[in-house]
Write a protein that binds this ligand. Structure first.
Ligand code: ZN
Ligand code: ZN
Length: 328
């Protein structure tokens, strides 16, 4: 197999030939057809997340076909198309796993961070954390659903059912969530980097009622806002934009420090919360609903060997929607 491997933090990914791996008990081996590129991959490469496995193969929006199954795997079979998300393994015995909150597991493994991911021609996954995808839809179009879609979906649930929804940072996750929210009859207000006319136009094309800079206020108070950009300064801005009793959801895994802000921005029962990871049920629910909601992803394709370029373009905001790596 071949992979783009991160050997040291802040370094480039290196094209590497590796020995083929054999799935162990409960595992599958998947021939990667497409793997999305997520902002979290940047946080891994930049060393902003604690204790990554090194060397590591990043990538946690994997679409591929099973080409080998390990002992004890009954629910999946060779040639089946599956999606492999960020949450790659949980312990099954901690209070969170038992309580139905496996996204908060005390001893999890995360794809492309603490276990090898999908910037590769093949990967090994825990069979319990692979979602059957069926045959509808292109591989590349499905890949962003596996994280941007899933975490986006979980953050949308956390935002409550308010009709006026603000989205801060209009990248891969927001472009999916905007479509989901529209299909639910909500009005979407998109906040981008100030002056980013291209992203604002993109948001309007996806049905946003309003799009502007994050330094602006929407024309009306929001019921909820979700922050996808990893910029702590957005927290007080979003709190300022929501109505009394409104919610601000931080959906990223990493964020720069939140500046101090006057208590009156939180006062009047506004809520500030974060979303961590996903549960398998989130995945099953969202992947079933996505076609019904008419979600169409916009992707920019790169060859697997161009992973460093894809990461650089993501960092610089040089494309709309989601980048996807294709091994062949
Ligand atoms: Zn656990
Ligand atoms: Zn992700």
């Amino acid at each position: 197999m071949h992979a783009m491997v991160l050997r040291q933090l802040n370094g480039p990914l290196e094209w590497s030939e590796l020995a083929d791996r054999v799935p162990g008990p409960g595992q599958i081996r998947v021939r990667v057809a497409a793997c999305g590129v997520c902002r979290t991959d940047l946080h891994v490469v930049d060393g902003e997340l604690p204790d990554p496995k090194l060397p590591i193969i990043p990538g946690h929006e994997i679409v591929g076909r099973i080409d080998a199954v390990g002992p004890g795997v009954d629910a999946l079979s060779v040639e089946q198309r599956v999606g492999i998300p960020w949450l790659g393994h949980t312990c099954g015995v901690c209070r969170y796993c038992i309580g139905g909150k496996e996204n908060l597991c005390d001893a999890p493994l995360f794809t492309g961070y603490t276990r090898d991911g999908g910037f590769a021609t093949a990967t090994i996954a825990d069979a319990r954390y692979a979602f059957p995808l069926g045959e509808a839809g292109e591989d590349a179009a499905l890949a962003p659903l596996l994280c941007a879609g899933l975490i986006g979906w979980r953050s949308l649930l956390m935002a409550g059912d308010g009709k006026r929804l603000g989205l801060y940072g209009f990248g891969a996750a927001a472009h999916i969530v905007a479509q989901a929210a529209r299909s639910q009859g909500r009005a979407v207000f998109a906040f981008t980097r100030p002056g980013d006319a291209a992203s604002q136009a993109f948001a309007r094309r996806l049905g946003a009622a309003w799009a502007g800079g994050s330094d602006e206020l929407a024309p009306e108070p929001l019921d909820a806002a979700i922050i996808y950009a990893s910029i702590g300064d957005l927290v007080p801005l979003a709190l300022r934009a929501v109505r009394k009793g409104g919610r601000v959801v931080c959906a990223g895994i990493h964020m720069s420090d939140i500046p101090t802000f006057p208590y009156r921005l939180l006062w009047e029962e506004r809520q500030l919360l974060s979303v961590a990871n996903l549960t398998r049920q989130d995945g099953l629910d969202f992947l079933r609903l996505a076609p019904q909601m008419g979600i169409v992803t916009q992707t920019s394709a790169y060859r697997l060997q161009q992973a460093n370029q894809a990461l650089a373009d993501l960092r610089a905001g040089r494309f709309e929607g989601a980048a996807v790596l294709l091994p062949s």
